[in-house]
Design a protein around this ligand. Structure first.
Ligand SMILES: [Zn+2]
Length: 352
C-alpha cells in the first residue's frame, strides 16, 4: 500500500511474542450502534466507541489451519453473519513470509475460500513485501476480481482464478491505481472472457455507473449478486470500496486495513471516510476487508516498513466499528493533521 511512497516512520522494530488474536468486534457493533455514532457529537464519540467496542467477546479465529497451502480447500464453520447474510469462514492462518526467504517453501499464492463464491488470495511476502490480498467474488453469470496484485511476469494468479471460476466472464477491477494492486494486469489483458477495468476515474465511473464522482454510489450485478461501489478517494484519487450485499463484506482496499493508512489528500480522505461511515450505518456489515496486514497482534504496534516476516500479525478482518473509529478520529484530528501519525489499536493514521 505504501507504493509509491518511501518509508518515513518505521514502527517499533522486531517480532513480538505470540499473542492471541484480538476478539472480533463485529458481533456487537450493529447498524443501530453505528447510527448512534453518527448522531453523537464528535467530542463524545471516543467515549461511545470505547463502550461499543468493549462489549464483544467472540473470537472468530480461535483455531487456524495450516499456512502456506496453495489452496485451502476446506471451508471452516461459517462465522455468524448479521441478519440474512450469507456466512463464511475466516478461520485461516495466512502465510506471512519467512525469516529466510531463500529456504521458504511457501507457494506464490495462498487461496482461502470464505465460502463457495468468495475467495481470498494472499501473495507471498517473500516475493513482494506488500503481500496484498486479492478478492474473487462470483455471481451466477460473472465473476469480479478486486486487484491484480503486486507482481508481474507470472501467470499464477490468472491460472488460479480461472481454476476457481472456470470459463465464466471475469472482470478485473482495482481498489485503486497504486502499483501493488495493478501489477498483475498484464497477464489478464487480452485473455478470453476477461475485462480489465482501466485504472482511471472515467473508466471506473462508467463500469460501475457512478454518475457523480465521488458522491454518487454505483453498483454492478454479477448475476443474482449486486455489489455496491463507492468512490472513496484520498489514499489515492481512483480509490473505491466495494460492498457485497449477499455476504455483507465491505472491501476497503488501502483506505482502511490493519496497517499504516497513508493519506495523500487529507480533506478528500476525510470526506470519503465520512461517506463510508454513513454507508456502514445503514447496511449490515459482516467484516471489513482491506488489502494488506501490517499491524502486529499487539495493539498499536506495526511492523517496520518493508518487512518480509510477520509471525505475529493482526488478523485480516476489521469491523464496522473500525470504520466509525476511523471517522471519529479524523473528525477529532480536524482539518490540519500536521506531520505526526496517529496510532490506534488496529490501524495507524498517517497523513502524508
Ligand atoms: Zn497497497
Amino acid at each position: 500500500m505504501k507504493y509509491p511512497y518511501q518509508p518515513r516512520k518505521p514502527g517499533p522494530a522486531g517480532e513480538v511474542p505470540p499473542h492471541p488474536y484480538e476478539p472480533n468486534r463485529a458481533k456487537c457493533f450493529t447498524p443501530r450502534a453505528a447510527r448512534m455514532m453518527l448522531v453523537c457529537p464528535p467530542m463524545l464519540r471516543p467515549a461511545l466507541l470505547a463502550l461499543l467496542v468493549g462489549c464483544s467477546g467472540t473470537a472468530s479465529d480461535g483455531t487456524t489451519d495450516a499456512p502456506g497451502s496453495a489452496r485451502d480447500a476446506s471451508i471452516g464453520s461459517p462465522d455468524a453473519a448479521p441478519g440474512s447474510l450469507q456466512g463464511g469462514s475466516l478461520t485461516v492462518s495466512w502465510m506471512h513470509g519467512a525469516q529466510n526467504c531463500g529456504a521458504s517453501t511457501d507457494p506464490e499464492l495462498q487461496v482461502h475460500a470464505y465460502n463457495p463464491t468468495v475467495h481470498i488470495i494472499r501473495q507471498n511476502k517473500c516475493r513482494t513485501f506488500e503481500a496484498p490480498f486479492i478478492y474473487v467474488i462470483e455471481g451466477s453469470t460473472t465473476a469480479l476480481m478486486i486487484d491484480s496484485g503486486a507482481t508481474n511476469n507470472t501467470t499464477t494468479l490468472r491460472d488460479t482464478v480461472r481454476g476457481l471460476i472456470g470459463g465464466k466472464p471475469l472482470i478485473v477491477a482495482h481498489s485503486h491505481a497504486h502499483g501493488d494492486h495493478v501489477a498483475g494486469d498484464a497477464s489478464f489483458l487480452g485473455q478470453a472472457n476477461t475485462t480489465v477495468v482501466a485504472r482511471m476515474q472515467p473508466a471506473i465511473q462508467s463500469k460501475f455507473g457512478i454518475s457523480m464522482w465521488p458522491t454518487s454510489p454505483g453498483s454492478i450485478d454479477l448475476g443474482g449478486r449486486v455489489l455496491d461501489v463507492l468512490a472513496i478517494p484520498g489514499h489515492e484519487a481512483q480509490h473505491i470500496a466495494i460492498y457485497d450485499r449477499k455476504t455483507g463484506l465491505l472491501f476497503t482496499g488501502d483506505t482502511l486495513y490493519p496497517g499504516l493508512l497513508f493519506i495523500n489528500d487529507w480533506a478528500t480522505y476525510r470526506g470519503s471516510v465520512a461517506r463510508l461511515a454513513q454507508f456502514v450505518a445503514t447496511h449490515p456489515i459482516a467484516h471489513v476487508l482491506g488489502a494488506h496486514v501490517e499491524m502486529t497482534a499487539t495493539p498499536k504496534q506495526v511492523y517496520p516498513y518493508g518487512t518480509v516476516f510477520q509471525p505475529n500479525e493482526h488478523v485480516l478482518q476489521l469491523s464496522a466499528a473500525h470504520v466509525m473509529e476511523l471517522d471519529a478520529a479524523l473528525t477529532a484530528i480536524g482539518a490540519n493533521p500536521g506531520t505526526g501519525s496517529f496510532p490506534h489499536d488496529d490501524f495507524v493514521i498517517d497523513p502524508q
